[in-house]
Design a protein around this ligand. Structure first.
Ligand code: SAH
Ligand code: SF4
Length: 430
């Protein structure tokens, strides 16, 4: 989501005549688009700001802190880092050109001001940005925002506090954007939202998520469709059915589990049980036996016992996730879990993470080996003639494949690739 926000910020600045440079030393404006999902991500920003302070002593520079840390720590950023020129929350990206213009206009008239735009826009007034990439920036894949904010308030999560209330983008805007992207050469789109399954449910006048998937398939020229992220509680039967009937929907479902223990799921305020999660997986597999799953997991949530951690490992074995994103629990301000004692020792959390990641590697490697001998439908993303296997792309399951061919492929083409070899992170074939 931050990657897409950054792309939109870049697009907005281009309209002001700015160009992107690769080296921070050449820049006149530096934007840190920040993430505060875990404490580590937040702390990275503070050390980066220290470096930028020294740079600003040598050259005239506009420094903008954007994103979730800006929203969360507005006052303290202004106090601790007075050289920062702009502080802008994630709900206010559309104001970036205005903030930069004011800053440029006033920079020679002291005293120095910090321009700030944080807080949330009213749900009903929320305007989704529509910043199209230029032809030369287009790759074969793109992200499309369909929703902003989150209303779920999972006990550990800062997102609802820094991205505000959930709102869904009108379906006509989404479909128009996908049509324009396909005209520029985009083949695959990932729809983005914190909980895409509840798309449209809170607005009275729009369609459900399953209907949106259906319309994208029938009304656009898109070749492959993905989405992130889903909440297990809101997976409807209509969505499950899409995995059988929708011709462009990739058979890969990223379905965050967070924990395999019912007691921890309850404490996390996730609103489903382990059994419910496994039932959804079963129903989905029945609709489409090629479907694979990836997930997010947290270890060391307050009061998590070793047995409860083992419960998470056992779901991993049951589902055979092709990929897991796993994190050590990190207490975040404003969240309800931050009021619970963070009582699992860091050493224990680290050990659990290592065990989980070792199991993940084992399962992933096994899954990759089971692809050997099968034929995969690969979207070509890059061609490097000098390589032994010059073509690189991704399978329906989003696995990276390097392959050879007598044919010539270009980025954006699809190829049927017979998989001949597998390693933990990629596949090889011809
Ligand atoms: N909306 C998505 C993902 C949000 S953040 C969802 O509901 O799944 C991405 C992941 O970061 C989460 O799925 C969770 O696994 C992790 N995460 C969020 N807050 C965290 C915290 N305080 N400590 C550790 N991991 C966290
Ligand atoms: Fe955070 Fe839960 Fe919302 Fe995901 S669904 S963004 S984990 S509060």
């Amino acid at each position: 989501m931050n990657v897409e926000d950054s792309r939109q910020m870049m697009g907005l600045l281009k309209l002001l005549g700015c160009n992107q440079v690769d080296d921070v030393y050449q820049a006149d404006i530096v934007i840190l688009n920040t993430c505060s999902i875990r404490a580590k991500a937040e702390h990275k920003i503070y050390s980066e700001l220290g470096r930028l302070k020294r740079l600003k002593e040598d050259k005239d520079l506009i420094i903008c802190v954007a994103g979730c840390v800006a929203e969360q720590e507005e006052k303290s950023i202004i106090k601790r880092f007075p050289f920062v020129d702009i502080v802008m929350g994630p709900d206010q990206v559309g104001f970036l050109p205005e903030l930069v213009t004011s800053c440029l206009k006033d920079r020679d008239t002291p005293p120095k001001k910090t321009y700030r735009k944080t807080g949330f826009q009213l749900k009903d007034d929320y305007q989704f940005l529509h910043v199209m990439p230029e032809q030369k920036e287009v790759s074969v894949k793109a992200f499309v925002n369909i929703q902003k904010g989150c209303d779920n308030f999972c006990a550990y999560c800062i997102v609802p506090h820094v991205r505000g209330r959930e709102a869904s983008r009108p379906s006509t805007q989404i479909i128009d954007e996908i049509k324009s992207l396909t005209q520029l050469g985009v083949r695959e789109v990932t729809l983005l939202g914190q909980n895409v399954n509840s798309y449209g449910l809170k607005e009275n006048n729009d369609i459900t998520f399953a209907q949106l998937l259906e319309r994208i398939a029938s009304q656009t020229e898109l070749k492959r469709l993905r989405f992130a992220t889903s909440h297990p509680r809101d997976v409807s039967d209509a969505l499950i059915e899409q995995f059988a009937s929708n011709p462009i929907l990739a058979p890969h479902f990223h379905l965050p589990l967070q924990s395999g223990s019912d007691r921890i799921l309850k404490l996390m305020n996730r609103g489903y049980t382990r059994k419910h999660y496994l039932t959804i997986v079963e129903k989905l597999k029945k609709q489409n036996s090629h479907l694979c799953f990836s997930t997010d997991l947290i270890v060391g949530f307050p009061s998590e016992t070793n047995q409860e951690f083992e419960d998470t490992l056992s779901v991993m074995k049951d589902v055979n996730f092709v990929q897991t994103y796993s994190f050590i629990y990190s207490p975040r301000p404003h969240t309800s879990a931050a009021r619970m004692p963070d009582d699992v020792l860091l050493k224990e959390k680290q050990m659990r993470l290592k065990r989980l990641q070792d199991l993940d590697s084992e399962i992933t490697l096994k899954q990759n080996h089971s692809d050997v001998g099968t034929v995969r439908y690969v979207l070509v993303e890059a061609v490097q003639q000098e390589n032994q296997k010059p073509f690189m792309g991704r399978t329906e399951h989003n696995k990276i494949v390097h392959f050879t061919s007598k044919n010539v492929y270009h980025p954006g083409d699809f190829a049927r690739v017979t998989i001949s070899q597998a390693n933990p992170h990629s596949l090889f074939g011809e």
